[in-house]
Design a protein. Structure first.
Lengths: 330, 776
């Protein structure tokens, strides 16, 4: 019997184990042959013989199962080892595309104002003088029109110079209260290092009953908005002039490049101009036939935000579809 | 608008105001500081007097000067052509360090010792003032030999450039800026003498007379000066250089300086233009051929607030000059200009924004300069044309200040602000203010303009931030849904490997027409395009994508996949939103998995990419309407039965023209892309069976035809079918073998063999009868 124990222990393959199993436990195996000998064993010894035989039966079986499991594991390990690859060869850049930094910035701006219960409104790019200028307190021959070099068409239509005509259209088609933003492309006839003939704006307008909206409300939302967009920055309001608001202000944030110390980007001032805003001029309300209302409006250039947030140095690169820029935003 | 601190100080006391506070104050009252440069001439640059000036013995172009610097006389070798005996100069003494790091040392020039350097303005860090050294004069203050130049205000100053908004014509002068600072700094202006001291002068009435028959909405004032021995003093020439103003004659310099100081429009004419002294000169005011108020002497001399005839300028250095100060309301002159544009001079910038209406102050200021810096004689009195001005009155209730601003400001503070701004408010009646607006503030016309003044002076920093309380409302507009739909497709495109690009909505008309696109109707075309390459509105997104892909190839990019969502315009300039795609060259980057040879984009891969973004669609053979597309690899795209756009390979000639490898493009109308919520359909619980059918059929037959026949002959159990293999060979000749896979399923039971066979047999019979197909 001992020789079988040794045989199992030294078996080196699953096939060999199977051979041994058949030789020991098969129909014609030695175990059956031993039990067959029972009938020749004197009765007095039968008990001892059977007991001993059963011990061997269990012992051999246990050993066999163990050995088989061991060999199976060993085989699996060998197989897997053969399948080994150099994973570091496969380190790879994503093949995903990306959203354009200006459009993605616009998305973030829109989401902020949607969360503040503003509605989103759009309007045509080809506009008329009334919606783009006249109704916005920019009468013909007003020197402020010089601020906006306009693209005209032969039939005296024009490309909107700001998204403000959308505010006029919204005011004409609905009634206060109004809380709206108008995101979209706008056009000015200017093309150099810091100007492109098309760029994007988001403008906002709030109209409520007279006496309800104050400059303090405008300050609150714009401070909160700018901190949402730029993080922990200081916000500064400077009085300024826009024909459609009065009082008007330009809004600066402390320079995000030098933390207000003064650097090239902020022209050593420590501040970056990012927004224009004000209390809606009464002439604008008059143009749309609103009476006894109050409101504020603001507007910003999306390219400027995108360039500051993503540290993009060249405005024109945003319109060139250059993969070397775009792939960085995957 | 450029100002300097010392120049401002002549109009308002700024001695106790630091430069930092001045800059901050200007910004906070809405006069945005664009630039600040300090002028500070280095220590060791002192006042010197050239006592002697002799030719250098060994150099033609050098002079040897003896320069008195008070305690001693130093020998200086100087190469400037304008050095001469008897002038005061700026001497950089040994040890002085000039801008640019030049350190003055003892030197020997061609064998002659030189103990310093006589400087030009530029060499000591001032703006360039022409050739040669800078000659000092008493206009800068008493000339004390040996005194450091930086002890004089002119050489120790702050230059501040202010970006003025279009409404603030009143700040287009030193006087105007000082006036605005008055309210912010709560202090008075230094009063200027505007009184005309006529004693001992010839009266102007003897030599000049004004005539007009019409009334004019302008104010004019004329004076006369017999100009004698006038040369431009240093304070004027240097300050004009600082504000980057050029002048022609000394008279021109004095008037430009006076205009910059006071804001009043000043012109000078030679007296002969009006007549001769014996017979009196006659100034005639008339409406000119363009409808403008114009000034005539013997001929037309100027247009009020707009221009001056070339021959009418006082071009001489001596002689009798007629000086004119004028004011015309900015809205009057700019409206006129809008109606009928005429040539204008630089003064028009001021008049169209509102020049200073205190014309008497302007003319007196100029007259004083003439008398101070020359032996010119100013005639007594003025000849004037006045225009009446009724001050605008704006009434406001105290509570309105708080409701607009969001901050309670007390009555006394409000009163004080208006007083300092020069706005007369009389005595408030109860809580009502009646505010009277002076002529120089043409920008103040309504309550909110008044509010703005208070906001500026109080400072926006001092206004609290308060959230607005409002009634909630459903703001889910159609435009928001549209915006979100576009955003969804943009995200999908980015996820499918496309880079989002943004192009101008302009195309080059010649280029897009060459490729067969139709542009904006000629009568509605852009009037003033910025360049010839952007001279029309784009009728398609394709050109922008194509040009960008081409630019990418030129910088050696091998894998190009771009998309854009944006507006395109029809001939009537109606906008519609499209989404466009381009894939050019490799489909993926080079890597181990593709052994460095990524596959080039092909039709099947491109359609898969588009389907990943846009969902399922159907392609129908299509002959392209433009010449960008390969004539035989071009399809119309249908989404849910609606025509959505085109998908095609780029024409090989266009690929060549744009240096592109194999390229595919697609442009779809956004409104055909689905965005509705999905309704789930019931689906069968029974097992589906798959059957392949291979038919031999003519190569000429398009799959869309085969598909139509199969659909006609499909029983309800045929759930789907699709082509899986197309095989052609020489032995098949004009035929092809097409293998189709069918998915069959029933809602009621698991299909039996005979059900399936019957369904397949019917399809096969249809193909056989209608298309002559045989079983392979």
């Amino acid at each position: 019997m001992q020789e079988w124990y040794d045989a199992i222990k030294s078996a080196d393959s699953i096939d060999k184990i199977e051979e041994i199993r058949i030789a020991v436990f098969g129909k014609k195996g030695i175990m059956n042959a031993e039990f067959a000998r029972m009938k020749d064993i004197p009765d007095a010894e039968k008990g001892t013989f059977a007991k001993e035989l059963n011990i061997h039966k269990e012992g051999l079986n246990a050993l066999l199962v163990d050995r088989k499991l061991f060999l199976a594991m060993e085989h699996l390990q060998a197989t897997m080892k053969a399948e080994a690859i150099d994973v570091s060869l496969y380190s790879t850049d994503t093949e995903r595309g990306s959203l354009h930094p200006v459009m993605e910035t616009m998305d973030r701006i829109v989401e902020y104002f949607v969360a503040m219960n503003f509605s989103v409104q759009t309007g045509p790019m080809v506009e008329d003088d009334f919606h783009n200028f006249e109704a916005l307190n920019l009468p013909k021959y007003h020197p402020a029109r010089d601020m906006q070099d306009t693209f005209y068409f032969k039939d005296s239509m024009l490309l909107r110079t700001h998204t403000s005509p959308v505010q006029i259209r919204t005011m004409l088609s609905t009634q206060p209260p109004i809380r709206m933003i108008a995101p979209g492309a706008v056009f000015r006839r200017d093309y150099d290092i810091t100007h492109t003939p098309m760029f994007h704006q988001v403008e906002g307008l709030v109209v409520e009953e007279a006496g309800k909206v104050s400059f303090a409300n405008l300050k609150f939302i714009l401070e909160d908005f700018l901190k949402t967009m730029f993080g922990d920055v200081e916000v500064r309001f400077r009085p300024s002039f826009f024909p459609f608001t009065e009082p008007s202000a330009e809004v600066d944030i402390s320079c995000i490049f030098c933390a207000g110390e003064g650097c090239r980007v902020c022209s050593k001032t420590g501040w970056l101009e990012v927004l224009g805003c004000g209390i809606v001029d009464p002439n604008v309300f008059k143009a749309v036939g609103y009476e006894n209302v109050s409101g504020y409006a603001f507007g910003l250039g999306v390219e400027r935000f995108a360039m500051l947030i993503h540290r993009i140095g060249d405005l024109r690169s945003l319109f060139e579809g250059d993969t070397r820029l775009l792939e960085q935003f995957r | 608008m450029i100002v300097t601190k010392n120049w401002l100080n002549e109009w308002i006391d700024l001695t106790d105001v630091s430069t930092e506070l001045l800059l901050k104050t200007l910004n906070s009252i809405g006069l945005e500081v664009d630039r600040h440069d300090a002028i500070h001439v280095a220590d060791g640059v002192v006042v010197g007097f050239v006592e002697k000036c002799e030719k250098h013995p060994d150099a033609d172009k050098l002079n040897v000067c003896q320069v008195n610097v008070g305690k001693e006389v130093r020998q200086i070798v100087c190469g400037a052509s304008n050095v001469r005996e008897g002038i005061h100069i700026a001497l950089a003494t040994v040890g002085a360090e000039l801008p640019g790091g030049l350190k003055i040392k003892e030197a020997k020039l061609r064998g002659v010792d030189s103990h310093g350097m006589i400087c030009s303005a530029k060499e000591i860090g001032l703006p360039s003032m022409g050739e040669g050294i800078m000659i000092l004069d008493a206009s800068i203050g008493e000339l004390v030999l040996g005194q450091n130049l930086n002890q004089y205000g002119l050489f120790n100053d702050d230059v501040i450039e202010i970006e003025l908004t279009a409404n603030r014509g009143d700040c287009l002068s030193i006087h105007g800026v000082a006036r605005d600072l008055r309210a912010a700094l709560s202090r008075p202006l230094r009063e200027k003498n505007v009184k005309d001291d006529q004693e001992g002068r010839l009266g102007i009435g003897r030599i000049l007379q004004l005539q007009h028959t019409e009334t004019f909405n302008a104010a004019l004032l004329f004076g006369a000066v017999e100009v004698k021995e006038l040369s431009v003093p240093l304070i004027i020439s240097l300050r004009l250089a600082i504000i980057e103003e050029v002048y022609t004659t000394a008279v021109d310099a004095v008037l430009k300086y006076a205009t910059q100081s006071t804001g009043v429009i000043l012109r000078a004419y030679p007296f002969e233009k009006f007549g001769d002294v014996e017979n009196k000169g006659i100034i005639t005011l008339e409406t000119d051929e363009n409808g403008y108020a114009a000034l005539y002497g013997k001929e037309k001399l100027s247009v009020i607030g707009v221009s001056q005839e070339k021959e009418a300028h006082f071009g001489a250095n001596e002689g009798l000059a007629v000086i004119e100060a004028s004011y015309i309301a900015p809205d009057v002159v700019s409206q006129k200009m809008g109606e009928k544009k005429v040539p204008s001079c630089p003064h028009y910038y001021r008049t169209s924004r509102g020049s200073e209406p205190s014309i008497e102050m302007g003319i007196r200021y100029a007259a004083e300069l003439f008398e101070k810096y020359s032996s010119s004689q100013v005639y007594g009195g003025n000849i004037e044309l006045t225009s009446s001005y009724e001050p605008r009155i704006i009434s406001m209730v105290e509570a309105e200040f708080e409701s607009f601003i969001g901050l309670k400001i007390d009555k006394t503070r409000i009163t004080q602000i208006f007083k300092n701004l020069g706005l007369d408010i009389g005595k408030p009646k109860g809580s009502t203010f009646a505010i009277s607006v002076p002529k120089f503030r043409h920008d103040i016309v309504n309550k909110q303009d008044i509010i703005e003044e208070v906001v500026r002076i109080v400072g926006i920093d001092n206004i609290p931030s308060k959230p607005l309380v409002f009634a909630e409302a459903n703001q889910m507009s159609d435009d928001l849904a549209e915006y979100r739909k576009t955003r969804l497709y943009r995200h999908r495109a980015a996820q499918s490997g496309f880079y989002e690009s943004v192009h101008f909505v302009f195309n080059e008309r010649v280029q897009v027409e060459k490729f067969g696109f139709v542009c904006t109707e000629a009568s509605k075309e852009l009037l003033n395009p910025i360049t010839a390459t952007f001279d029309t509105l784009r009728p398609t997104l394709l050109m922008g994508l194509l040009n960008s892909a081409s630019a990418n190839v030129k910088v050696n990019q091998k894998k190009i996949a771009l998309f854009e969502t944006g507006m395109v315009f029809n001939t009537d300039r109606q906008e519609s939103k499209h989404i466009g795609f381009i894939v050019s060259g490799a489909m993926e980057s080079e890597k181990i998995a593709n052994a460095g040879k990524p596959a080039v984009i092909d039709f099947a891969s491109f359609t898969k990419l588009i389907a990943d973004v846009c969902g399922s669609f159907e392609l129908v053979s299509h002959t392209p309407t433009h010449s960008l597309a390969h004539p035989y690899v071009c399809a119309k795209v249908f989404i849910n039965g609606a025509e959505a756009g085109e998908l095609f390979r780029l024409h090989p000639q266009v690929e060549e023209e744009f240096d592109l490898p194999q390229t595919f493009m697609c442009e779809l109308k956004m409104d055909t892309l689905p965005y509705a919520l999905i309704e789930a359909q019931p689906y069968s619980k029974y097992q589906a069976s798959y059957r392949d059918l291979s038919v031999i059929i003519s190569k000429e037959v398009r799959y869309e035809t085969i598909k139509a026949v199969i659909e006609k002959h499909s029983s309800a159990q045929v759930r789907r079918f699709y082509p899986v293999d197309r095989y052609v060979s020489e032995s098949l000749g004009e035929q092809m073998s097409l293998t189709l896979r069918f998915v069959l399923q029933s809602d009621e039971k698991t299909l039996e063999e005979e059900d399936i066979n019957a369904a397949m047999e019917w399809i096969l019979s249809g193909l056989r009868d209608e298309l002559g197909a045989g079983l392979r």
